[in-house]
Design a protein around this ligand. Sequence first.
Ligand code: TYM
Length: 335
Amino acid sequence: MKRIIFSGVQPSGNLHLGNLLGAINPWVNLVNTSSNENDFIFCIVDLHAHTVPQDPKLLREKILETSAIYLAAGIDPKKAHVFIQSENHDHSYLAWLFDCVTPYGWMTRMTQFKDKSAKQAEGTTVGLFNYPILMAADILLYDTTHVPVGEDQKQHVELARDIAEKFNHTYGDTFVLPEPQIGKENARIKSLQNPAKKMSKSENDPLGTVNLLDTPDEIVKKIKRAVTDSGTQVETGYDPEGGISNLLDIYAASTGKTKTEAVGELTWLQYGAFKEKVAEAVVAKLKPIQDRYREIRNDEGYLMSILDDGRDFSIGKSGKKIEQVKEKMGIGRVG
Ligand code: TYM
């Protein structure tokens, strides 16, 4: 059966190792191992970025940075469509219609909203609350069958599925029910400073996050300072929720090995030597991506033409879905 794969990253700050290892790398593997009949659509979700305050000039830069990182990380634009969410108005249009379909009670269960709104307190906007509905629109506009994401987005994909089911039940078959596709490993890379939390763009401590465009020196420094378990060397009985486990995940994903292989290779190393190995692996993983990133940014015409093609493809597809939805919901005029 033909698969339609959709996913996205917010251009709200620096993309980091969690985004690469938990999302973009798995996308690249899916594209490269897929048969030609499948469609891959990767979006830069800039409307989502405004759920927290943004500097407009910086956001524009981050949109291009994120697009170029997708390509530099290995997304082949001949096999996948890459576009900017705000350039296709169907996303925000469908989000409003879904606002009117989604029970309020479903939204109050979203754990990410609870965490983020607790941090932002008075600054919390309705947009932050509604964000999973916009995400549902992103996914459902394209008859998406699979959504490859890190673990933190699973609940949002499940909500999209629930919204599709409710809409279909109310108005008749319209949307495909999507499935989250979450890898067994690397789906949750933790902060280097606090392994109880995921690595995130909004982390306050800059030492907790390895950004994809960090220099080798910055990467080495951050990994050297990463928190460990309480011992002095890597043990087979490492704490599965601790800093060593996280560094093993990072090593495994950066070298393309399994975690079991990583443990076999690195057990009994002193923490200092172990961190050197992890840092080396991360630098080696990021170097070709950074080199390719610079090439792409120096050839803005190339990037623009890919984003133009992606925009045209997405509008062509989503426009048909919006026509169906309008008809089913009875909005607009006939014809
Ligand atoms: P965002 O921008 O927070 O993250 C982008 C992708 O990276 C994954 N990720 C992680 N994976 C492993 N470890 C981490 N520490 C880590 N941090 C982030 C996320 O799970 C995600 O896959 N709402 C989404 C963007 C979005 C989207 C969509 C995704 C909007 N519309 C439609 C899929 C389909 C978000 O904020 O991701």
